[in-house]
Design a protein around this ligand. Sequence first.
Ligand code: SF4
Length: 423
Amino acid sequence: MGKVTELFGNIVENSVSVNPQRAASLLRAAYTANGLQKRFLPEGHLLAHQRYVAVMDNQAITRPLRNPDQSAIVNLFFPCELLHALDISPQFTEGLSCYLNGAKCEQVFIQQAEASGVPPTYCSYHKILLGAVYSGVLPKPRFVASTSLACDANMTTFRSIAETYQVPHFMIDVPGRYCEDAVRYVAGQLSTLAEDLQSLTGSRLDEETLREVIRRENRSLALYRKHFQLLADRYIPTDVTSEMYKIFPTHILLGTPEAETYFKLLYQDTQAAEKSAGEKRILWVHTIPYWQRFLREQFNHVPGRQLLCCDLNFDFTEPLDESRPYRSMAKRLLKNSLNGPLENRTNKMLEMAKHLRADGVVFFCHWGCKQTLGGVSLARNLLQQEGFPVLMLDGDGCDRNNANEGQMSTQLQAFLEMLEGNQ
Ligand code: SF4
C-alpha cells in the first residue's frame, strides 16, 4: 500500500502546477475511496470508536472539498458551533495538512508556500495549507474564520488565505485571561459574527438549533469526562493515528451528532476495557507525527505500552450553560488550557498526568511552533519536580522531509526502555 500511495502522491504533485483542478479531483476521489475502505474494510484490530473516527474524519475532510460554497476555512480552535447551526462545513489547518501528508503529496505544497515567500521556519501545517491555497488546489470557501487563540501563525495565514480568495475573513480576538469582562467581550464578538454570517450566507440562524448544538456538545463532553474517570485504571490498546484523529471530535466537530456518536463509542470501549496491568502509560504533549513508522511500531498494539492521550485532546472538557450559547462558546475559548500564560497548559498536563497515572510524558517539539517550544523548559521542570520523567522529542508533525526518523526512534526507544526498566 505504501508504494501505491507514493505513486499516487507523485501523480498529484506533478499535476499541481500544470492542472490544479486535476490534482484536486484526484485527491477528492482518493479520499472518497479511502473513506469507503475504512467504512467497509476497517483494520480488524481497531476498537469501535477508532474505526468510527477514521470514517467520520474522512467525511469531514471531503465534504468541504465537494461543496466549497458551503464551507469555511478555520483554525483548530475556532468555535464551529455557529457553523454547525448554519450547516457550513469547516476545513481546518491541521486536518487538511495531515490528509495531504497521508496522500504523500505535502512536499509540493510546502515548496509552493516557500516559493510564495512563506519562511522555511514557518509551521508545516500552515505551510501545507497555504501551498494548497496558493496553488489553486483547495477550492475557494465561502469565508475564512479564525481566533487569536494559541497560535501566532493564525493572524498571517488566515488573512493571506482570505486575500488570495477575496472572501471575508472573520477574526475572534480571545484575551489571555478568563474573567467576566472577557466572557462578555468574546460572547459579543460571537454574537456579531452570527449576524454577519447570516447576512453573508442569506441563511437564518435558528437560536434553538444553536442551543441544540451546545446541548450535544455538553452531552459529548460529559461522556468524555466519564471516559477520563475510567481511563485512570484501564488499558486501551494504542493506535497513534486514532489519537490524532481525535482532534476532529474534540474541536471542529464538537457539537455535531457524529461527534456525539464518537464519544458514546469511546465511553463504551472504555467501559469494556481491561483493568490496567502494569503497562507503561505515556502522556503525549502536542501533535502526533502518527505517519512515522517508528512511532506506530513502538506504540500501536504493543503489549505493555499505552499512549493515554494527547494534551490537545483535553484542552477543554468542562460543562457549558446550554441556555446561553454565546457565553458558552466564549467560555470554551477563554478556558482552553492553551489560552493565556504557558502555566495554564503546563498545569493541565500535570493534572492529567497525575489523574491518568502516567509513567512518563513525551513532549513533541514540532518544528516552527513557537508557542509550544516556548513552554518546553517550564513543562519539563514542573513535570520532573512532580516525579514524571519527560522526553523532549524534536521533529515535524507534518513535513516528512524535516524529520530525523532514526534519531527520534532511538530517543523514544531509550526513553521507553528506561521506563520499562523502572518496574
Ligand atoms: S503546531 Fe503550533 S504553529 Fe503550528 S498550527 Fe499548531 S499551534 Fe500553530
